[in-house]
Design a protein around this ligand. Structure first.
Ligand code: PLP
Length: 401
């Protein structure tokens, strides 16, 4: 008799479970468009050249040891991460109003931020967009926050439901936390324009809503690191407070290294210091301190002008390949005369296309074409290549006709 014999089999994670199913399929034409990880034209995972260079440098440096990092992580990494997201000339950084702690990639940064808010913020309500990344509601619920949604995506236009968004944030209780995707919204690929961001900012500041940015795709959306940080920088430029969770999984391809950062921008340096002291109390009993390797890679790249430049070129190449896949898929559907307006494939931004295919059509494509994707119709454009576009277009065509 097991102490755990009463346990039920838990369902697979809706996103990671797609890969589990994919791995079990023996078909030679199978295609995994589920998980959001970059693939080359050959369908292979990519380690950036600049990352290899940085790792080589680390290995060659015999003075490096494996001592514990401080609770807040690698100081140099934290400084450079803040500079990357807020801008080199950010007054908030200059005025020491930003506290940054190294966390376990984007997820860990969201979790630490959530735990901190659950413990120390007076309004324990967080609004997340509908839809959003499936892990958001779980992370924030476990952090003790009450999760509510605001309208975001309009299936009719396959674009932003801006009116609905403004109405929902307009009726949110004052002080509520609002989760915002900094760019390349997952799963919809739909971002507000800069004018819309400005309206969102004004509304949120007038109601005292607290912005919590999830920045998992800086540089991946447009290929430009500064352009993809515009939303965040607008909210910092007004002098108000906010939280930002950064991930280096996608933009440096450091997925499994689990390297990210949580920054909290405060009104004053004094508050920022006290916030940091409390973040340490959140982190210490969770995992004591973060791992050293990934953060060392990031710091090596960010502090060296030559490596930084090489990174921006490799990052742009990844973003460009994804944008090119959008055009190829759109053209392939057009060539087949597939019914419907597919222009959203080229309008949407970032790693994913929210196709508009329903769960039955997705199931059909998996069964008949061995194409794997989440049941909400999201496909990872990064998992596609010139050689597999035709197969996907055939499947979509068959699914909708
Ligand atoms: N936030 C969003 C919107 C994401 O899409 C992801 C990854 O898919 C993450 C956060 C966190 O990823 P990671 O924990 O691997 O950095």
């Amino acid at each position: 008799h097991s102490a755990f014999s009463h346990l039920l089999q838990a369902p697979e994670d809706p996103i990671l479970g797609v890969t589990v199913a994919f791995n079990k399929d023996p078909s030679p034409v199978k295609l995994n468009l589920g998980v959001g990880a970059y693939r080359t034209e050959e369908g292979k995972p990519l380690v950036l050249n600049v990352v290899r260079r940085a790792e080589q440098q680390l290995v060659n440096d015999r003075s490096r040891v494996k001592e514990y990092l401080p609770i807040v992580g690698l100081a140099e990494f934290n400084k450079l991460s803040a500079k990357l997201i807020f801008g080199a000339d950010s007054p908030a950084i200059r005025e020491n109003r930003v506290t940054t702690v190294q966390c376990l990639s984007g997820t860990g940064s969201l979790r630490v931020g959530g735990e901190f808010l659950g413990r120390h913020y007076h309004q324990r309500i967080i609004y997340i967009p509908l839809p959003t990344w499936g892990n958001h509601p779980k992370v924030f619920t476990l952090a003790g926050l009450s999760v509510k949604t605001y309208r975001y995506y309009d299936p009719a236009t396959r674009g932003l439901n801006f009116q609905g968004l403004l109405e929902d944030l307009g009726t949110a209780p004052s002080g509520a936390i609002v989760l915002l995707h900094a760019c390349a919204h997952n799963p919809t690929g739909v971002d507000p324009t800069l004018e819309q961001w400005e309206q969102i900012r004004q509304l949120m500041r007038s109601k005292g809503l607290l912005p919590f940015f999830d920045s998992a795709y800086q540089g991946f959306a447009s290929g430009n690191l500064d352009a993809d940080a515009q939303s965040v920088r607008m909210f910092v430029a007004d002098g108000g407070e906010c939280l930002v969770a950064q991930s280096y999984a996608k933009n440096m391809g450091l997925y499994g290294e689990r390297v990210g950062a949580l920054s909290i921008v405060c009104n004053t340096a004094d508050v920022a210091g006290r916030v940091e002291s409390q973040l340490k109390l959140v982190i210490r009993p969770m995992y004591s301190n973060p791992p050293i390797h990934g953060a060392s890679i990031v710091a090596a790249i960010l502090k060296d002008r030559d490596m930084y430049n090489e990174w921006t070129i490799e990052l742009k190449a990844m973003a460009d390949r994804i944008i090119s896949m959008r055009h190829q898929l759109f053209d392939a559907l057009h060539a087949r005369g597939t019914p419907g307006d597919w222009s959203h494939i080229i309008k949407q931004i970032g790693m994913f296309t929210f196709t508009g295919l329903n769960s039955e059509q997705v199931a059909f494509m998996t069964k008949e074409f061995h194409i794997y994707m989440t049941s909400d119709g999201r496909i990872s454009m990064a998992g596609l290549s010139s050689t597999t576009v035709a197969h996907l277009a055939d499947a979509i065509h068959a699914a909708v006709t």
